[in-house]
Design a binder for this molecule. Structure first.
Ligand code: AMP
Length: 511
C-alpha cells in the first residue's frame, strides 16, 4: 500500500492519525527499563497534559520546544504534545556541551528548553539569555514539566495543523561547517511510519527491542512511530548492552539497531539459532552493515538482517525486502512511493544503471528544508523535488541500491577519484584485519593522500603485509600512502565512523 496523505480526508495531522489508531487503547506501548509500563491510553493522556502546560507557557503554532533530556517514555509524550500544540520538537543529543547548545538555542529560538533536573544550574543562564523558559523532565518521569502536567486534566483539544506544517526540527550531525536544522512535517512522519508498518509487516502482535537514543531520527521516528501506529509494544532500554539484549530479546519479536549492536551480539556465545528462533525480524541501519556481519549473523541465528537506508532529512528511503532476497552490502530498493536516482555529482544528469554517483531521493518522506538556511535548502533540494543526499552509490539491474560512501569522504588524489569503500573492502578481507577506515589527508603532491586506519584482530599483521596484498588487488593510485594502526575506529552513538574527526586528528601526517 502506498499511503498518499494528501488524498486521505479523514485525518489531517500526525496526532490525528495516532489518535485514530491508539488513543483509548489499554495495552502496553512502552515497557521501560526501570520497570514502568506505559499504555497507549496513558501516553496519549500525558501528551494532552503536557500540551496544556506548553500552551500555558505561551507555545503556539509554529513555535519550537527544545529538549536535551535522557531517554524515557515521557520523551515520546513530549513529542506528541508538541505536535498536538502545533509546535515542533527540537531533540538535542545528550552529549552536546552548553557551548554547542548555545548555537542550537540561538538558531532555533525555542519558547521552551526542557532539560534534565540536574542540568538546571548549567542551562538557566543560557535559556534566559535566549528568551526561553527552562523546564525539566527526569528519567523517572520527574521534573517541573512533569509536575505541571500532572495537575492538568489532559483534555486538550489539538491545534489544527496541516500535513505540510512543521512537527520537528532535527539538527544533522554536521561534521563540517554549521549543523543544519532539518524541518520535518506531519506528512513526512505520517507517510514514512505507515510505509514502514506495511513494508516490515508490523502488527499489534509485535514487541520491539529498543535500545536506540531518542534524540536521533532512528530511535525517535523510525522505531517509535512505526510501533505507535501498529499498536505494538517497545522494550525501552537507555543504552545497548549485549548481555541484557540477549535476555530481553526473549520477550521480543523484532529489533531495530545500528551495525554495532549486531557485532556486539555476535560476540555473545548465547546468540544461537535456538535462542533467536522466536524472532520475526532484525533490522539494521544508520551506518553500513559489513557483508561479513550479515553472513555471520545468518549462520549463527538463521536470520538474514534486513538492512535499510535513511537519513535525518528524509526518514527511510530504501529497504531490503521483507519477502525476497536481503542482499548483504546493499540497502535494498526504494520504499513504495519514493523515487531514487543516481546522478553525476558535478553535472547533475542522471547516470545509467550500475554507475556510481550521487544518490537523490524524492517522495512524501523528504523534509521541507533547512531551518533559516534558504540558500542551503535551494542547493540541496532541486526544483523537481529531488533531494541531493550527499551519499554516493549505485543501483544495480535488479533495482537494489548500494552505498559507496559519503560524497565528502570521496578522496581525490592526483586527480583520480578513490572511493574509500573499495579500498576498505580489500583491507578488511586480509587475514588478521578486523576493520578499517580509509580517508584522504592533505598532501602536498597529490592534493589528498589515501590513508588507511586499521584495527587488527592479530597484532602480527604488518603494514608491509597489508601493502603487498593490496598491490596485487588495486590500481596504484588507490593504494594507501600510509597505514595507521589503532585499537578502535572512532564511532558516534549511531555507529557511524567519524571520518571527519579522523581527518582532523591526522591532518598533519603528510605535511
Ligand atoms: P543521519 O542523518 O544521522 O541518520 O545519517 C544519515 C546518513 O547515514 C546517510 O546519509 C548515510 O550516509 C548513512 N546511512 C544510513 N543508513 C545507512 C546504511 N544502511 N548503510 C550505509 N550508510 C547508511
Amino acid at each position: 500500500m502506498v499511503w498518499r496523505y494528501r488524498e486521505d480526508e479523514t485525518v489531517h495531522s500526525f496526532p490525528e492519525l495516532v489518535s485514530s489508531r491508539i488513543a483509548g487503547l489499554d495495552k502496553v506501548f512502552v515497557r521501560n527499563g526501570d520497570g514502568r509500563d506505559f499504555t497507549f491510553a496513558a501516553l496519549w493522556k500525558l501528551s494532552g497534559q503536557i500540551a496544556q502546560v506548553l500552551v500555558r507557557h505561551g507555545v503556539g503554532k509554529g513555535d519550537r520546544v527544545a529538549a536535551q533530556i535522557d531517554k524515557s517514555p515521557e520523551v515520546l509524550a513530549l513529542f506528541l504534545a508538541c505536535a498536538r500544540a502545533g509546535a515542533a520538537l527540537l531533540p538535542l543529543n545528550t552529549a552536546y556541551t552548553s557551548a554547542e547548545l548555545d548555537y542550537f538555542i540561538g538558531d532555533a529560538e525555542p519558547k521552551i528548553l526542557v532539560s534534565t533536573p540536574n542540568q538546571v544550574g548549567t542551562l538557566e543562564e543560557l535559556a534566559t539569555r535566549h528568551g526561553a523558559r527552562l523546564l525539566t523532565l527526569g528519567v523517572g518521569g520527574d521534573g517541573t514539566l512533569a509536575e505541571a502536567a500532572h495537575v492538568e486534566d489532559g483534555g486538550f483539544i489539538d491545534i489544527p495543523t496541516s500535513w505540510d506544517d512543521l512537527i520537528a526540527i532535527l539538527y544533522t550531525s554536521g561534521t563540517t561547517g554549521r549543523s543544519k536544522g532539518a524541518i520535518l512535517t506531519h506528512g513526512n512522519l505520517a507517510s514514512n511510519a505507515l510505509t514502514l508498518v506495511d513494508a516490515w509487516r508490523f502488527t499489534s502482535m509485535d514487541t520491539l527491542y529498543h535500545a536506540l537514543p531518542v534524540y536521533h531520527t532512528h530511535g525517535l521516528f523510525t522505531a517509535s512511530n512505526t510501533l505507535l501506529l501498529c499498536g505494538g509494544t517497545m522494550l525501552f532500554q537507555s543504552r545497548f548492552d549485549a548481555d541484557e539484549a540477549l535476555r530481553l530479546l526473549q520477550q521480543a519479536t523484532t529489533m531495530m539497531g545500528v551495525p554495532t549492536f549486531y557485532t556486539r551480539l555476535l560476540a555473545q556465545p548465547g546468540l544461537t539459532r535456538q535462542a533467536m528462533a522466536h524472532m520475526r525480524l532484525f533490522i539494521s541501519g544508520s551506518a553500513p552493515l559489513l557483508a561479513e556481519t550479515h553472513a555471520e549473523f545468518a549462520a549463527r541465528t538463521g536470520h538474514a538482517i534486513l538492512e535499510r537506508y535513511g537519513m535525518t532529512e528524509t526518514n527511510m528511503n530504501t529497504s531490503n525486502p521483507y519477502d525476497g532476497d536481503r542482499i548483504a552490502g546493499t540497502v535494498g530498493k526504494p520504499l513504495p512511493g519514493i523515487d531514487i536516482r543516481v546522478t553525476d555529482p558535478s553535472k547533475g544528469n542522471q547516470l545509467a544503471t550500475g554507475k556510481v554517483g550521487m544518490i537523490e531521493v524524492r517522495g512524501p518522506n523528504v523534509f521541507k528544508g533547512y531551518w533559516r538556511m534558504p540558500q542551503k535548502t535551494a542547493e540541496e533540494l532541486k526544483a523537481d523535488g529531488f533531494f541531493i543526499t550527499g551519499d554516493l552509490g549505485r543501483i544495480d539491474d535488479r533495482g537494489y541500491v548500494a552505498i559507496v560512501g559519503r560524497g565528502k569522504d570521496l578522496i581525490i588524489t592526483g586527480g583520480f577519484n578513490v572511493y574509500p569503500k573499495e579500498v576498505e573492502a580489500e583491507i578488511d578481507q586480509i587475514e588478521g584485519v578486523k576493520e578499517s577506515a580509509v580517508i584522504g589527508l592533505p598532501h602536498k603532491d597529490f592534493g589528498e593522500g589515501v590513508t588507511a586506519i586499521v584495527v587488527r584482530a592479530d597484532v602480527g599483521v604488518t603494514e608491509e603485509a597489508i601493502m603487498s596484498r593490496l598491490q596485487s588487488r588495486l590500481a596504484k593510485f588507490k593504494l594507501p600512502k600510509k597505514i595507521i594502526f589503532v585499537d578502535d575506529l572512532s564511532r558516534n552513538a549511531m555507529g557511524k565512523v567519524q571520518k571527519a574527526l579522523m581527518r582532523q586528528t591526522y591532518a598533519e601526517l603528510y605535511k
